[in-house]
Each structure stands twice: as C-alpha cells, then as structure tokens.
Design a protein around this ligand. Structure first.
Ligand code: S3P
Length: 173
C-alpha cells in the first residue's frame, strides 16, 4: 500500500489525526519530526540551536527521501517539510499527500502556549505565524492531492480523510 502523507501548518493536527488514520487504515504511523530526532539523537529544538534551521531542513530532506522509500505508512510531516519542492517530489505520484486545512484563528488558539516549536519562540509570535501561514498555504495546496478540513476532532478528521481518498480512487483519472 502506498503511504498517506499529512501536511499542513504547525498545530493543524497532523500527528493526532495521523495516529487515528493509521489505526483505521491498518498502516504504521510515523511522525517525521520523531524520525528526525531519532536519527539525530537530539530533539528538534536542539537541532535548531546547534545547526540552525538549515541544518534541520537538511535532516528533514533526508527523512523525506528515506520515508518515501517505505510503504504502508501514515506520515505526519513537519509543518515546513512540504513547502520545499524537493521534499514534495520525493512523495509525489507515489504517495497520497493530504492537506489538513485549519483556519489561522484555530491554529493561533491551539499554539498559544506552545514552548516546543523553535519558529514560534519569539515575542511577535502572532504576527510571525500569520506571515508564515499566508506564505505557506498556497505551497501546501500545490503539494496536496486532496484537502480535508481539520477543525473537528482527530477521529472525525481521520474518517474525512478516508472518505476523500475513497472518492479520489473512484474518480476517473
Ligand atoms: C516546523 C514545524 C514542526 C517542526 C519544526 C519546523 C515548521 O513540526 O518540523 O519545528 O517549519 O513549520 P509540526 O508541524 O509537527 O509542529
């Protein structure tokens, strides 16, 4: 079975929806950030601190290449991963890329107290998030084979992804 790759902004629910989706579709769940952390032996914020964002992006690209070689996975990508064409290219055509689309106001609420994500640890968090969200949304849309709204519960969203993938399969290509 091909992989299902969830993409979307930080806090859109890729990990929680992904776990549900894996359970319901009989796939193995892989969180890309956890994969990177395991390979590096450091957590994401330590990688950012030690090697900068570009050091993290290099590791992220390696993770995309490695995961794209595997099958039968649900992959929760990192929020930046599929904004890079070389990472999209690793999965495109072979795997199903699904955008979890959540409005910025919900994302802001969900990430209000976040202390883990290096890109959000700044005094102007709201403004930075807005700018990044607006810049990234068209890139996610371009990368995704299908888009599913992600405001409701992780389980409901997982079912919505399954429905959307079924419909896509039934459509003549
Ligand atoms: C990032 C999102 C994070 C993580 C890293 C960078 C981003 O993943 O990969 O902090 O650039 O949006 P989540 O989307 O799982 O928070």
């Amino acid at each position: 079975m091909n992989n299902i790759v969830l993409c979307g902004f930080m806090g859109c629910g890729k990990t929680t929806v992904g776990r549900n989706l894996a359970r319901k579709t009989g796939r193995k769940f892989v969180d890309m950030d956890a994969y990177i952390e395991h390979e590096a032996g450091m957590c994401v914020s330590e990688i950012f601190e030690e090697y900068g964002e570009s050091g993290f992006r290099d590791r992220e690209h390696e993770a995309c290449l490695a995961l794209a070689e595997m099958s039968n996975l649900v992959i929760a990508s990192g929020g930046g991963a599929l904004t890079f064409e070389q990472n999209v290219a690793a999965f495109r055509g072979k795997d199903n890329i699904v955008l979890l689309d959540v409005p910025l106001r919900d994302i802001k609420l969900r990430l209000k107290n976040d202390t883990k994500r290096p890109l959000l640890q700044r005094p102007d968090r709201d403004r930075a998030m807005e700018e990044l969200y607006n810049r990234r949304l068209p890139l996610y849309r371009a990368a995704a084979d299908i888009t599913v709204r992600g405001e409701s519960s992780p389980l409901k969203t997982a079912y919505a992804v399954i429905d959307a993938l079924e419909k896509k399969k039934n459509k003549p290509v």
